[in-house]
Ligand binder design. Structure first.
Ligand code: A3P
Length: 288
């Protein structure tokens, strides 16, 4: 399949046609957010599926039913994807949604509502590596020839959902006040119970320590890998070929060290630094 056949352009950003179309984007634009909705905004490969596991558990006091009976894409659907229109009526309040949209593409009703949003960020070097492997296994995305080539596309924003730096800049300089919480993938890897306590406090849930520990256990990389409702084993291999790379691949911080050459590191760092110049928000990771 050619690149044109695989992707569509939406406000200048590339979206895979497999899961997005004109109607799904119109549906997202006209979507009515409720005040008690919770959205997770996240650049691809930064912890989306992880939050699709965490959010229902935190919102429902640790009840395992949603994560054990509903596939992640229907449980906490993507705002912009085709699937939302099919499942929206089945979602129970408080609803959880995920989105890869940059901030400026969030629909008017999101701004008009009091819906909260959690923005998840991951070290861009690991985002790149995770995305590189994902592009190899996802048959609906262009297969990268080399890491070098993929890195150039990533830095230019010629990948799904555009430039990582634009995404981060938009979501770290919103006018949402206390409706938004920022968290990093690395924070979640380092101390998941602490991250869960922060999320629970932000959402006004008063979870006991026993519930926090129970959620942490069910959202660990090891447990999620065995959850068929979350590990994409329900998706036919012609769409996602887990023989190439499993979706839940390594689940660690710092895998870029096993992939980047010194030249690639220098190139990547200099572009990201330049793009972030002048921003009030400073990246929470060392770029070296
Ligand atoms: P790796 O490819 O580095 O392993 P997304 O869901 O946004 O597509 O992100 C996928 C990345 O999140 C993958 O990273 C995946 O392994 C990781 N991930 C998913 N669940 C996780 C968990 N419970 N713990 C740690 N990492 C997790």
């Amino acid at each position: 399949m050619s690149c044109e056949e695989m992707y569509m352009l939406y406000h200048g950003i590339m979206l895979p046609k497999e899961s997005h179309c004109g109607e799904s984007l119109k549906f997202a634009e006209e979507f009515t957010f409720k005040d008690d909705d919770v959205a997770v905004a996240v650049y691809p490969k930064s912890g989306t599926i992880w939050m699709q596991e965490i959010l229902p558990l935190v919102l429902n006091g640790g009840d395992l039913t949603p994560i054990q009976t509903i596939p992640n894409w229907d449980r906490v659907p993507w705002l912009e994807e085709k699937r939302l229109a099919l499942v929206v009526d089945k979602l129970k309040s408080p609803r959880g949604l995920v989105t890869h949209f940059p901030y400026h593409l969030m629909p008017p009703s999101f701004h008009a509502s009091k819906a909260k949003v959690i923005y998840v960020m991951r070290n861009p070097k690991d985002v790149l590596v995770s995305s590189y492997h994902f592009h190899k296994m996802a048959e609906f995305l262009e297969t990268p020839a080399t890491l070098d080539e993929f890195m150039e596309k990533f830095l230019e924003g010629k990948v799904m959902f555009g430039k990582w730096t634009d995404h981060v800049k938009g979501w770290t300089s919103t006018d949402l006040g206390d409706r938004i919480m920022h968290i990093t993938y690395e924070e979640m890897v380092q101390d998941l119970p602490a991250a869960l306590r922060r999320i629970s406090d932000f959402l006004g849930r008063n979870l006991s320590e026993a519930t926090i520990q129970k959620i942490a256990e069910h959202c660990s990389f090891k447990t999620m890998k065995t959850n068929n409702m979350s590990n994409f084993s329900l998706v036919p291999k012609m769409y996602m070929n887990s023989d190439m790379s499993p979706f839940l691949r390594k689940g660690i911080a710092g895998d870029w060290k096993n992939h980047f050459s010194p030249e690639q590191l220098a190139r990547f760092t200099s572009v990201i630094r330049k793009e972030m110049e002048g921003e009030i928000f400073s990246l929470p990771w060392s770029m070296d």
